[in-house]
Design a protein around this ligand. Structure first.
Ligand code: NAD
Length: 257
C-alpha cells in the first residue's frame, strides 16, 4: 500500500486529464482511468501511477474501478473528473441526431454522475476527500452545440448538489470551467480545419487560449488543503472569456496599454 494520498483522474489518457494526472502526481499516487487503454498505460507509466481502463458510462466499470482502487491502491482522497467528449459541430434542433445527443449526455453527464456517486460515497465513508468536476464556459452561456452545453450545465448543478450532500461528511465538491483550451486534440483540429481562431482570442480578456497545465493548477489547488474552506463553487479557467465576451457589444476588449 502507498503512503501518499490516492487521487483518481478520469479521462487521464490525454488533454486536460493528462495534464491533471501529471500535476497531481507531484503530491499524490495517481490512478489514471480512461477508455483509451494505450493512453492510460502511457500516462500511468510516465507518472509512476496506476492505469485502469474504464468506460465512464458503464456503472459496472465505474464500480469495479473504485473497488479496485480501494483493494489494490489505497484510500481514495481526491478525484478529478476529466473524461468528456465535445460535440464537434453545431447542429440545429431540427436535424440533431438523437443518438449523438444521447452519447454526449451519457459521457459528460452520466459519466460524471457515476464517478461522483461511487467515489463520493467512498470518500464520505472514509471521512473526507475532494472531488473536482470539469464543466465548461459552455455550461454558463447560450451555446450552439446544444447537447454539450446542456451536459456542462448539468455538471455545474450536480457539483452544487453533491457539495451540500456530502459537506458534513468532509467531502468537498467543486468544478472548473475551462475556456477554449489548447489540448493536442484541439491543436490538431485547428490545423486540419485551417481554423482562424482570432475571434476566440479577441473575446478573452487575456487575448489567448488556455493551456491544459493551467486547468491542472486549479485542480491541484482544489484537491489540496489550501482550498479546505471551499466547496460547491465553480472556478472558470478561461483566460477571461466569460468576462470579455459581452464587450463585443461595445467594440471589444481594449488593447493593452
Ligand atoms: P480530450 O478528448 O483531449 O480528452 C478526453 C479524454 O476522455 C480522452 O482521453 C478520452 O479517451 C476520454 N474519454 C472519452 N470518453 C470516455 C469514456 N466513455 N470513458 C472513459 N474515458 C473517456 O478532451 P479535453 O479537451 O482534454 O477535455 C477534457 C474535459 O474538459 C472534457 O470534459 C471537456 O468537455 C472539458 N473541456 C474542454 C475544453 C477544451 O477547450 N479542450 C473546454 C471546456 C471544457
Amino acid at each position: 500500500m502507498e503512503s501518499r494520498p490516492v487521487a483518481l483522474v478520469t479521462g487521464g489518457a490525454g488533454g486536460i486529464g493528462e495534464a491533471c494526472a501529471r500535476r497531481l502526481a507531484e503530491t499524490h499516487r495517481v490512478v489514471v482511468c480512461d477508455l483509451d487503454a494505450g493512453g492510460t498505460q502511457r500516462v500511468a507509466e510516465a507518472i509512476d501511477g496506476v492505469g485502469i481502463t474504464c468506460d465512464v458510462t458503464s456503472e459496472k466499470d465505474v464500480r469495479a474501478c473504485i473497488d479496485r482502487i480501494d483493494a489494490e491502491v489505497g484510500s481514495l482522497r481526491a478525484m478529478v473528473n476529466c473524461a468528456g467528449i465535445i460535440q464537434e459541430r453545431a447542429f440545429p434542433p431540427e436535424t440533431f441526431d438523437q443518438d449523438h445527443w444521447d452519447q454526449v449526455q451519457s459521457v459528460n453527464t452520466r459519466g460524471t454522475w457515476l464517478f461522483c456517486r461511487f467515489a463520493g460515497a467512498k470518500m464520505a465513508a472514509l471521512g473526507g476527500g475532494s472531488i473536482v468536476t470539469i464543466s465548461s464556459v459552455a455550461g454558463h452561456r447560450s451555446w450552439p452545440t446544444h447537447s454539450y452545453a446542456a451536459s456542462k450545465a448539468a455538471v455545474l448543478s450536480l457539483t452544487r448538489g453533491l457539495a451540500a450532500e456530502w459537506g458534513r461528511s468532509g467531502v468537498r465538491v467543486n468544478s472548473i470551467s475551462p475556456g477554449f483550451t489548447l489540448t493536442p486534440r484541439l491543436k490538431e483540429l485547428i490545423k486540419v480545419r485551417d481554423w482562424d481562431t482570432s475571434t476566440i482570442e479577441n473575446q478573452t480578456a487575456l487575448g489567448r487560449w488556455v493551456e491544459p497545465e493551467e486547468i491542472a493548477e486549479a485542480a491541484a489547488f482544489l484537491v489540496s488543503d489550501s482550498s479546505r474552506g471551499i466547496t460547491g463553487i465553480d472556478i472558470p479557467v478561461d483566460a477571461g472569456w466569460l468576462c470579455g465576451i459581452n464587450w463585443l457589444s461595445f467594440g471589444g476588449v481594449p488593447e493593452g496599454r
